[in-house]
Structures are given as C-alpha cells and as structure tokens.
Design a protein around this ligand. Structure first.
Ligand SMILES: Cc1cc2nc3c(=O)[nH]c(=O)nc-3n(C[C@H](O)[C@H](O)[C@H](O)COP(=O)(O)O)c2cc1C
Length: 166
C-alpha cells in the first residue's frame, strides 16, 4: 500500500485544514499529517509520496521575520520553524519518492509569488520527483477562512495525487 506524508506549516490554521483534507483525499490509512516543527529530517523508509504545504508570506515561503509579522497581525501560535527550515534540514531521498507542494494565498488582492513553487524547486533540487504542479488554495485575508469550495478541491487534489503516485 502506498504511504504518504503531508508536512504542513500554518499560523492561523488554514493551511493545516487543507493539509488534513488533502490527506483524507489521499486515503486516511495511508497518509500521515505532520507539522513542519516535528517533521523528521529523514523520511521513513516506507514513504512513497511527500506533500508539503505552507502559507505564502512576502511572495515566498515564510521566514522567522514574516512569522513574527504574523504575530503582530494577530496570529496566536507561531511555529518555531516553517517548511523553509524543514526542507533545509531534509536529507536527499535514497530512493524514488514523489513530491507535491501546495500553498495558501489571499485571493483579494491576488499577489504574485507562491510558497509552493519555491518549495518545489528546493525539493526537486534535493532529488524528489514531482507528481503534480505546485497548487494554490485561496484564503480570505491573512487569517482566513479558506474561500468557498477550497476544502472540497483540496480533497479532490489529494485523490489525484494518490492516483498519480501509484
Ligand atoms: C507577513 C505576511 C506576509 C504575507 N504575504 C503574502 C503574500 O505575499 N501573498 C499572499 O497571497 N498572501 C500573503 N500573506 C497571507 C498568507 O498567505 C495567509 O495569512 C495564509 O495563507 C493563511 O494561512 P495559515 O492560516 O495556514 O497561516 C501574508 C501573510 C503574512 C502574515
């Protein structure tokens, strides 16, 4: 059976909610959902599919500085590290592992820049093999909630990833 890991970063909970829907779409028994703070530097030997998601901050993946700015904007739980730092700590895969990335972004105004694209670039650089194009899900403002239909779309995307990774 395929085994997937979904690693997420989330300051207000929107990206986490989407990560959980994506995992449901992949298949509950085969997908673990882990925060970037506690995700391991070496993936378990039975992982076939890695999905990484985080919020877009300042047109890219978050940094300590942008996470601090989120705190000023009212975010209550600021993670000690985000997907940028986790990816930097991640070992190159010693076998074929497929990867997909997603991010959350404000829909209005729509800004350029995508954390998912940046994350994918680094993961491919480490040797992971893309299974889908980087995906974006919309949120209302900085704190959310996610925009209409995005939770269903996330679940559907998870299903597609599982099919493509098989
Ligand atoms: C410091 C900061 C910078 C941000 N920059 C962007 C940006 O460049 N583009 C964008 O679409 N959203 C931007 N946002 C909004 C975040 O994408 C939004 O807060 C996030 O998607 C919410 O997800 P979360 O609840 O998982 O943290 C920014 C938010 C913060 C706090």
């Amino acid at each position: 059976m395929m085994h997937a890991v979904v690693v997420f970063e989330s300051l207000w909970g929107n990206t986490e909610q989407l990560a959980r829907e994506i995992a449901e779409g992949i298949g509950v028994e085969s997908a673990d959902v882990i925060d970037a703070v506690s995700a391991p530097a070496v993936l378990e030997s039975d992982v076939d599919l890695l999905v990484v998601g985080g919020p877009t901050h300042a047109f890219s993946m978050s940094t300590e500085k942008t996470r601090e700015a989120a705190k000023q904007q009212g975010a209550e739980s600021i993670p000690a590290r985000g997907i940028r730092e986790w990816i930097a700590s991640l070992s190159s895969p010693d076998r074929d592992i497929r990867v997909a990335t997603f991010d959350t972004r404000v829909t209005n105004p729509r800004l350029p820049g995508s954390a998912a694209k940046k994350a994918m670039k680094r993961l491919v650089g480490l040797g992971f093999r893309p299974v889908a194009k980087p995906e974006t899900f919309g949120v209302h403002g900085y704190s959310g909630p996610v925009t209409d239909g995005e939770l269903q779309r996330a679940r559907g995307w998870g299903e597609q990833l599982a099919d493509a990774a098989r």
